[in-house]
Write a protein that binds this ligand. Sequence first.
Ligand code: PEP
Ligand code: MN
Length: 353
Amino acid sequence: MVVVMTPEATDADVAHVVERVESVGGEAFVSTGVVRTIIGLVGDIDSFHHLNLRSLPGVGDVHRISDPYKLVSRQHHPDRSTVWVGETTKVPVGPDSFTFIAGPCAVESPAQTLEAAEMAKAAGATLLRGGAYKPRTSPYAFQGLGVKGLEILAGVRETTGLPVVTEVVDARDVQVVAEHADMLQIGTRNMANFGLLQAVGESGKPVLLKRGMTATIEEWLMAAEYIAQRGNLDIVLCERGIRTFEQATRNTLDISAVPVVQATSHLPIIVDPSHAAGRKDLVVPLSRAAVAVGADGVIVDVHPDPETALCDGPQALLGAELRSLAQAMRQLPPVVGRVDASTLVRTEAAATA
Ligand code: PEP
Ligand code: MN
């Protein structure tokens, strides 16, 4: 931390800052310039926060040098992490692979979910997405099938072998969702729902944490820190577009968030081109961008009949479109030094052999 004194600060003001810092066990290094004095602090940053240094006489500004998040930062954990998802089948999401997740926006029926899952599997996806609890903008829109939807997802996992990623919107549902799913998704609208973040942090399941649509990268990583602080470091971040003045797309995919996050956090990061664009014609080009920029995977909406979808039909891909996306998924990862995650999937039998 660095304290910058105002040009008017007196020697007594500087001495007072030093005394306060030393009173909590810190060290203060004073550098006297021609116009102003700068004081470098070394010690426990949390104890410095309690000093309210900015309010002391003669203090102009206070800058932190270390990241405000700790557990998810690369400062203390330089190697990038891999999160494994699933129980009998374990799928990696991390720096050595490229993970393709696909499925319907919402679970609507057993037949629709199974058909979408089979489309996903046939295209090479290794994890199935699908919402049983839908956080809709309108209270009159389809809210999801709830527990019935979770049971459908668990049944489809049984049939297809694909581990399941599904959203939880309320802390009271975390336990039941964790009993049925392999990974808990926190959607954009709940990124700053701190009670929910703590509850998924205690669930023992991997978490897919989407970026809040108006959140900065630092706020997003602080949200991840809430989960990590409850003992769960199995967190995958998901860039899904942010709200800007542009109206051609539903959200603006912040592709630069991928390398920015990777430079500062060890957590894996994937991209959701479907919810970013809201238009299916952009899903293939944005997925290519995700691979090229070095993302650890993509999550994509598919539906057997987008015209009748109860949620997000315009962005859902059909079988042929998914195949063309899958082709890009297969060709591009080796170019950026990655392998398709399907080649690294571990099954229980293989793991115990
Ligand atoms: C979803 O993935 O189904 C979803 C609602 O996404 P987001 O939270 O990114 O809008
Ligand atoms: Mn959706």
